[in-house]
Design a protein around this ligand. Structure first.
Ligand SMILES: Nc1nc2c(ncn2[C@@H]2O[C@H](COP(=O)(O)OP(=O)(O)O)[C@@H](O)[C@H]2O)c(=O)[nH]1
Ligand SMILES: [Mg+2]
Length: 379
């Protein structure tokens, strides 16, 4: 098939999917349609990569975590970035001004360094390559958190942004389902499901066959899964990214309570949780501190303080680790010999039963823990 044939076929199948009402009789057909679409998208993506070479901007990662600022043009992404950092790092434009590159900047908050990535505006069709769409989406894919920015006038673009991300294999505010798919040589499709998973075995099989699996083992340790989860697990290249929805420019509608209430209804109708959204004014600096706190908590970082054997902990510069943080991850940050020469560690804080408890390399630490590491004496 040619490029454009695949695109046309996807459109057709998507149309069909829209027309098909979901019920017991169409359940199987819908499952197959979704798998077919996913497979064709995958094929299209492969050819695009070949045709264009690798996508992506050249950004040097730095800091303890990275946050992508994404949204339509003109909603105030650059203004927000500057407000978070506290100085003008990124250029702010008039309504349709768009930069075509990534602007990185560092935000410091309670001992944690967070790299912010201000991105060009995302447009409808981005996942199919419109504008800088592919590059923007690939930055989002590799970030630790996405700030999805909308403003009070264009908030209804949220659906478009979510759709483009979805098509690019990005799953927002969702845990990776516990589903394993392994290709096997023979034996057909074997499904191991430990409990009532909420999807029929037949539908799972049909979807896998559509995806090109003829012999495979699939293990599902999860309840309430959807056919999309099965497709995602089979294709395997999905990114599960936490996100905060930022509604900007509230200064413009602050007197209109009903207007703001409608926006929050709209967010809720999309399944966006209250705690995952925040209304701000980047221009006036309203609620920027609240957003900062949300960023920190959503990143789920673990701060660990080092204490020398007979001294007191150094609270001025925590080690910042991604969750789950093991003692081994601390050692790795400190240097290679720390793992090699590791004897044991003593930990104070929420991860242990009593202060100063002895633990090994696999012990998982909590935010705020204090740790002393003892090394073997070298011969
Ligand atoms: N009233 C108001 N205007 C804002 C706010 N944030 C940004 N703007 C304006 O919106 C326009 C676009 O801002 P910019 O940060 O360049 O948007 P971007 O394209 O998303 O990066 C500029 O004129 C900003 O001054 C805000 O909180 N309130
Ligand atoms: Mg901008």
């Amino acid at each position: 098939m040619m490029f454009s044939d695949i695109e046309r076929k996807i459109k057709e199948l998507e149309e069909e999917l829209k027309r098909t009402e979901y019920n017991k009789a169409t359940e199987h057909h819908i499952g197959k349609l979704k798998a077919k679409i996913a497979r064709l998208r995958e094929e299209l993506e492969k050819r695009r990569r070949k045709a264009k070479g690798g996508p992506g901007y050249d950004i040097k990662k730095s800091g303890d975590a990275s946050v992508a600022i994404v949204g339509p043009p003109g909603v105030g992404k650059s203004t927000l970035m500057n407000a978070l950092i506290g100085k003008n790092v990124s250029q702010v434009g008039n309504y349709l001004f768009t930069t075509n590159k990534v602007v990185p900047g560092m935000m410091e908050h309670s001992g944690i360094n967070i790299q912010l990535l201000d991105l060009p505006g995302l447009l409808e069709g981005a996942s199919e390559g419109r504008g800088e769409g592919k590059k923007v989406l690939s930055v989002v894919r590799s970030a630790d958190l996405a700030l999805i920015v909308l403003d009070v006038y264009t908030y209804e673009f949220t659906e478009m942004i979510l759709r483009e991300m979805y098509k690019a294999g990005i799953r927002i505010n969702k845990r990776r389902p516990n589903i394993k798919v392994t290709k096997t040589g023979t034996g057909g499709i074997q499904i191991h499901a430990s409990n009532d998973i909420g999807l029929s075995m037949e539908i799972i099989k049909e979807a896998l066959i559509e995806l090109g699996y003829h012999s495979a083992e699939i293990t599902i340790n999860e309840r309430g899964i959807t056919i999309e989860d099965i497709i995602d697990a089979a294709l395997g290249n999905r990114a599960y990214i936490p996100a905060i929805f930022v509604l900007n420019k509230v200064d413009l509608v602050i007197d209109d309570i009903n207007y703001l209430r409608n926006i929050s209804y709209y967010f809720r109708s999309l399944g966006i949780k209250k705690e995952d959204s925040v209304a701000v004014s980047a221009l006036k600096g309203w609620n920027i501190d609240v957003l900062k706190e949300k960023i920190i908590s959503k990143l789920n970082l673990v701060r660990v303080y080092l204490k020398p054997p007979n001294g007191s902990p150094d609270y001025s510069s925590p080690l910042v680790l991604k969750s789950p943080a093991r003692v081994a991850d601390v050692c790795e940050k400190l240097g290679e010999n720390f793992i090699e020469d590791f004897k044991y560690a003593c930990v104070w804080g929420r991860s242990v039963k009593y202060p100063g408890q002895r633990v090994g390399l696999e012990h998982v630490l909590s935010d705020g823990d204090v740790i002393t590491i003892y090394l073997k004496k070298r011969a």
